[in-house]
Ligand binder design. Structure first.
Ligand SMILES: [Zn+2]
Length: 105
């Protein structure tokens, strides 16, 4: 069975409005190396501890959802077909708020 929830988190970008620094090649597994690292362009914090813990929380949530049985998922999501994949993407805007976009495929 495919994973119910695909978690596509990756890349790092500077949150400063006036700065366009981003590196999409950064993997979520390597986020700990970016914790509190200054932006190479404007030296503002690229990944705060709050951002980092939000990401970890999200990964745990995805893991939990993926370990659920189809019945549990159905109860959670309503009328979801078992083979339906829900894609969730997350944007972090630098104020440690996350925006969840859930797209049904
Ligand atoms: Zn920057």
């Amino acid at each position: 069975m495919e994973q119910a929830l695909q978690c596509n988190i990756g890349g790092i970008k500077c949150d400063k409005d006036t700065c366009d620094y981003r590196d999409d090649s950064v993997k979520v597994e390597d986020y700990d190396k970016w914790l509190n690292k200054p932006c190479p362009k404007c030296s503002s914090n690229l990944l705060t501890e709050e951002d980092y813990s939000n990401v970890q929380m999200l990964l745990q949530t995805a893991q939990m959802i993926n370990s659920m049985t189809p019945e549990q998922l159905e109860a959670l999501a309503g009328n979801t077909d078992n083979d339906e994949i829900v894609q969730m993407s997350v944007e972090m805007n630098g104020t440690s708020k996350m925006k969840f976009n859930i797209e049904e495929q």
